[in-house]
Design a protein around this ligand. Structure first.
Ligand SMILES: Nc1ncnc2c1ncn2[C@@H]1O[C@H](COP(=O)(O)OP(=O)(O)OP(=O)(O)O)[C@@H](O)[C@H]1O
Ligand SMILES: [Mg+2]
Length: 377
């Protein structure tokens, strides 16, 4: 039985724990607060900040895991690089965790591999930002290099927006580096997550592309399969295979692309299950969590089958402890609809608390209708 140390215990971690428990693993779920979603289904839990080097080292030393599985970006990843050298297995690799912790590092990797990205530059002051924005051409997207879920991200339409974008990015920054990425605004037709699986005993394989819509930098709904032409899909798969090969290791990656009329542009990547991929809980024979589990355990993945499916998030609207959910029965009364309530102990405006899932014809409309019936109190 493999012992897994899960770093980060959100809703994606929770489903991952369920998948690994089904395959007989022992899981220690870690996060900075007690009662996090994945802790509710794991064998053991451990509360500490994963940015705290000493605490992270202590947890690894205490549990002696066979596999260290990051679920979030905000981890003292230097520790992972270190323990990997000492013989611990980091999923998918210490390098992947380290390079994806900050946007600039993974972007530099993609660019160095010749992968098409939006035009971009880094800026460490508002003057710098103004100069690069003008050179790229408005509108531009500005993101802190260390942040996730759209925090600190904005679009500057003209020079007069730059100061506000800089201030907003500084507020949303994680860590101590005042550094932003400023990039060309891509007028995409749609954007996709291409779930890409690197196997221990097999080649790199892909799920059907997942389409999604984002608001405030956070995904609102997703669907699978996103139809796209063969050449564009092939281009995305080639880029995903290239970047994930550079990162190394085994596991599932969520590779994000923008798709325009005539090209496919790499955006970013998660070396772990992706939030837009929650749709696979109903649209695939093996969900992204099952696939991640099999890949890291070196188990076979003979085939991935996909039917039409969709997911839509349920957000909280206010602060509160031990939230309750109204309208779940109503949502579930529809055929082919399912709901996952994450069990987060506290709510705050826009916090993702549950997801509605639907499969079959018109899955997207039905998932969105189901999510709209549910309120968080
Ligand atoms: N250059 C761009 N042009 C147009 N839209 C963009 C651009 N960059 C980001 N976006 C939009 O903002 C969304 C979030 O951006 P991105 O994925 O880089 O941020 P994030 O904070 O890492 O989000 P998450 O962690 O939820 O994936 C994208 O999915 C896309 O909809
Ligand atoms: Mg993203």
């Amino acid at each position: 039985m493999k012992k897994i140390l899960l770093l980060g215990s959100g809703e994606l971690g929770k489903e991952f724990v369920i998948s690994t428990k089904r395959l007989g693993c022992h899981v220690i779920a870690c996060d900075s607060y007690q009662g996090a979603p994945a802790m509710q289904v794991a064998d053991e839990s451990c509360v500490f900040s994963m940015l705290d080097e000493q605490a992270l080292r202590a947890a690894i030393a205490k549990y002696q895991p066979d596999l260290i599985v990051p679920e979030i970006e905000a981890i003292r990843t230097e520790v992972l690089l270190d323990v990997e050298k000492a013989g611990f297995e980091v999923i998918p690799s210490g390098r992947a965790a380290n390079l994806t912790m900050n946007r600039d590092r993974i972007r530099d990797v993609a660019a160095s591999l010749g992968v098409r990205t939006a035009k971009f530059h880094y800026a460490e002051s508002v003057e710098d930002l103004m100069a690069h924005a003008k050179a790229i051409g408005f509108p531009v997207v500005i993101k802190p290099v260390m942040s996730s879920s759209g925090k600190g991200q904005s679009v500057a339409k003209s020079e007069s927006d730059i100061q506000a974008s800089w201030d907003y990015a500084c507020l949303g920054m994680r860590g101590d580096r005042k550094k932003v990425i400023v990039e060309e605004f891509i007028k995409f037709e749609f954007e996709i997550t291409l779930l890409t699986i690197r196997q221990k005993n097999g080649g790199t394989i892909f799920c059907e592309p997942i389409g999604h819509v984002q608001e405030r930098g956070d995904y609102q709904y997703s669907w699978q399969p996103q139809l796209m032409n063969h050449e564009s899909l092939k281009a995305a798969q080639d880029m995903a295979a290239k970047v994930t090969a550079d990162l190394g290791g085994a596991g599932l990656f969520g590779v994000e692309f923008f798709v325009t009329k005539d090209e496919v542009i790499f955006s970013e990547l998660s070396p772990r299950p992706h939030d837009t991929g929650m749709v696979t809980l109903v649209s695939q024979n093996l969900s992204e969590f099952d696939l991640h589990a099999r890949a890291i355990l070196g188990m076979p993945i003979p085939s991935i089958e996909c039917i039409e499916g969709a997911s839509a998030v349920v957000l909280a609207t206010k602060e509160g402890r031990d939230p309750t959910f109204q309208g779940v029965d109503d949502a579930l009364s529809e055929r082919g609809v399912d709901v996952r309530i994450f069990g987060k102990p506290t709510a705050r405006p826009y916090r993702r608390m549950a997801v509605a899932l639907a499969s079959g014809p018109d899955a997207l409309a039905r998932a969105r209708a189901a999510a709209a019936k549910i309120t968080v109190q």
